[in-house]
Design a protein around this ligand. Structure first.
Ligand SMILES: [Zn+2]
Length: 233
């Protein structure tokens, strides 16, 4: 017996061809941006299962964290790089929601992120967010929130340029300041909570460290970090 859902999906597919964001094969599941083969080929790190992992170690001595993880290895010219490009520059928010949901499910399964109260996306500079239309880390958080059943606070922290102090500083200082500074806007909402700070890619960890350093200053607040990808270099 053909189910109604299958007929509906087949009709939708005829009207709106739906292709995999990874390999462009056409897929029938209208709820997914990726085919099963692409999902299976993503290089999982398994870091969420282990307290002692390369992302956690990266922050040792730099930032006091409860837990830290990244879901996939990031390599150049790979499927995951292509997906992040689509999320950041091609407006593919649906893909970000799905990747976030996949991340969230793995964090729930790991059992190491049960005490998280709030998801906090690493903020973009206001001008960049306006240009892009959204913050890709916030899109990931919205997908994670679905899987983890916890709220996202998108406007609790902001990223600001240090323009005034920069004009008086030298070239190297200006270069060091290009990632900007972070300011907590809603301290009351974050006080005493366990926050999960989320970004798309961890490379040096400097930006997450700068943001996390502001969050751990809040009284009784604990911070963990999760990224979609970990770039080794
Ligand atoms: Zn595919």
């Amino acid at each position: 017996m053909i189910r109604f859902r299958e007929i509906k999906n087949a009709l939708l597919h005829l009207l709106f061809p739906h292709i995999c964001a990874g390999c462009t094969n056409d897929i029938l599941d209208s709820d997914s941006s990726l085919c099963m083969r692409c999902i299976a080929s993503l290089p999982e790190t398994g870091f969420a299962l282990h307290e002692d992992n390369p992302v956690a170690n990266k922050f040792t001595g730099r930032l006091q964290l409860q837990s830290a993880t990244a879901q996939y290895y990031f390599t150049k010219s790979s499927l995951i790089q292509q997906l992040i490009h689509q999320l950041k520059y091609k407006g593919h928010e649906e893909l970000g929601l799905q990747l976030g949901q996949m991340m969230g499910r793995q964090l729930v399964q790991s059992g190491r992120f049960q005490s998280i109260d709030i998801l906090v996306p690493l903020p973009l500079f206001a001008a960049r967010q306006k240009k892009r239309g959204y913050n890709q880390a916030a899109v990931l958080c919205r997908g994670m929130a679905k899987a983890m059943n916890i709220p996202v606070y998108e406007k609790s922290v902001e990223r600001i340029t240090a323009t005034e102090s920069q004009t008086k500083k030298g070239r190297i200082d200006r270069w060091l300041n290009t990632e900007g500074k972070f300011r907590v806007k809603d301290e009351a909402a974050l006080t005493g909570k366990h926050l999960l700070l989320v970004d798309d890619v961890i490379t040096t960890g400097a930006t997450l460290e700068a943001c996390g350093a502001e969050l751990v200053k809040i009284k009784g607040t604990r911070v963990s970090i999760a990224a979609l990808c970990y770039a080794t270099r």
